[in-house]
Design a binder for this molecule. Structure first.
Ligand SMILES: Nc1ncnc2c1ncn2[C@@H]1O[C@H](COP(=O)(O)OP(=O)(O)OP(=O)(O)O)[C@@H](O)[C@H]1O
Ligand SMILES: [Mg+2]
Length: 388
């Protein structure tokens, strides 16, 4: 295992997330379509890539990232291109000898804004073309289509087109999922670094995604975090005792693989600078300070808020986070007072707090009436770079 900081991990660098993988496969085998739910950087994409690289017998997995799709057309373009890619075709060929023939029948000549044109010169809309393509595949092939950054596409459509178009896009997806013939062969897994539920609720169309089986990707357990830290330390050749690992994890608090990787990287740098292989507890604080100096790793926690909310909402969220970064906690009552100061509608203000929880900024797990940052690293970064 290498210490890959920031990149999606594949192969041996993936720390096996047995529970999440088991839950996702259970849902797929039971015929559900899945929404992977987790805040930013928790490891959704890595889990999807791992599934794609290690599919269960009989399944072919297609992965697309639709973050840059700003319209329904662009979305479908991406999906059809992935289905026409050699890698995918190669995987299908493994399952069926009849594939050449099938491919001839479903031969796609052109993908344009009008839809998809097949070999017989018929042009149909994307959803119909998708259905045709799937029906043309052999019954023994089961497809899983993973759509990463789906919520971003919905948000882009709201921004660059309008809410109506976004609703129609969501409706088409729901219709595909509810199509019983299609569902026998295709499972959709949606994920993204912004919450689909909060984006969809802006269009008032929550019912269009309530059929999805949502599966949470949680941070690592303490036990897993210890084992993961040990492996990473070994891979970068530093010595770190069990007690120091415990102290390190106490500081990290929110055990997502990414923050552990980041701290191991900084501890390695310190160990090099200080000419010692052994990590001592006094190096931890310094490593934390070094970690938050990487602006590129944290800055989009701020920009995502700016992009995701209207100005009033952003200013409200920013003030809440500023105060929590300074005072550690903030009570629900104080939060309500700040909402009135910002003259925000009560429901809208609640929605913003919900998004902050959902997107991984804050939680009220210890006490329902009190909010705090999930991650001390983000808290410290926010305090230094946004609040002051
Ligand atoms: N199972 C894992 N094993 C090792 N490292 C992981 C694992 N999951 C995530 N990581 C690390 O965490 C970071 C983020 O992973 P990934 O991109 O998969 O998360 P994400 O939830 O898709 O993030 P985003 O919301 O930004 O898209 C990467 O540095 C990756 O190396
Ligand atoms: Mg991702």
């Amino acid at each position: 295992m290498k210490n890959c900081v920031g990149q999606v991990v594949r192969g041996d660098d993936f720390w096996n997330r047995l529970h999440e993988l088991a839950s996702i496969w259970d849902a797929v085998l039971n015929g559900s379509h899945v929404l992977l739910v987790a805040p930013r950087r928790v490891g959704k994409t890595s889990i999807m890539r791992h599934m794609q690289d290690n599919p269960k017998e009989g399944y072919i997995i297609v992965y697309i990232d639709t973050e840059s799709a700003d319209s329904e057309n662009e979305f479908w373009h991406k999906l059809f291109n992935a289905l026409m890619e050699e890698e995918f075709i190669g995987r299908v060929k493994k399952y069926t000898q009849k594939f050449e023939h099938i491919l001839e029948e479903i031969n796609i000549k052109n993908i344009s804004t009008k839809g998809v044109t097949f070999g017989d010169d018929t042009t149909v809309d994307y959803a119909t073309a998708f259905e045709k393509l799937i029906k043309g595949l052999d019954n023994e092939i089961k497809l899983i289509i993973m759509i990463d950054e789906f919520a971003q596409t919905v948000e882009n459509i709201i921004k660059y087109e309008d809410e109506k178009s976004a609703e129609s896009f969501l409706r088409t997806h729901r219709a595909l999922r509810q199509n019983t013939t299609l569902s026998k062969q295709v499972t959709f897994i949606y994920a993204g670094s912004i919450g689909l539920e909060s984006v969809v609720s802006k269009t008032g169309a929550t019912k269009l995604i309530n059929d999805l089986n949502s599966i949470k990707v949680k941070p690592l357990t303490h036990k897993d975090a210890v084992a993961f830290t040990k492996l990473l330390a070994k891979s970068v050749s530093i010595d770190i005792s069990g007690d120091v690992i415990k102290e390190l994890l106490k500081e990290i608090e929110w055990f997502i693989p990414f923050y552990i990787q980041l701290l191991i990287q900084e501890l390695k740098t310190l160990s090099r600078e200080q000419g010692t292989k052994t990590i001592e507890s006094k190096m931890i604080k310094e490593a934390m300070a070094m970690a938050i100096s990487h602006q590129n790793l944290f800055a989009n926690w701020r920009s995502k808020l700016k992009d995701g909310f209207k100005k009033k909402g952003y200013l409200y969220a920013k003030e809440i986070l500023n105060i929590i970064s300074e005072e550690d906690t903030l009570s629900s009552l104080q939060i309500q007072n700040i909402a009135s100061k910002h003259k925000l509608d009560e429901d809208y203000a609640k929605e913003i707090i919900h998004s902050l929880e959902y997107d991984g900024y804050i939680n009220n797990n210890d006490d329902v009436k009190e909010y705090r940052f999930n991650s001390p690293l983000l808290k410290q970064w926010w305090y230094k770079n946004v609040a002051n």
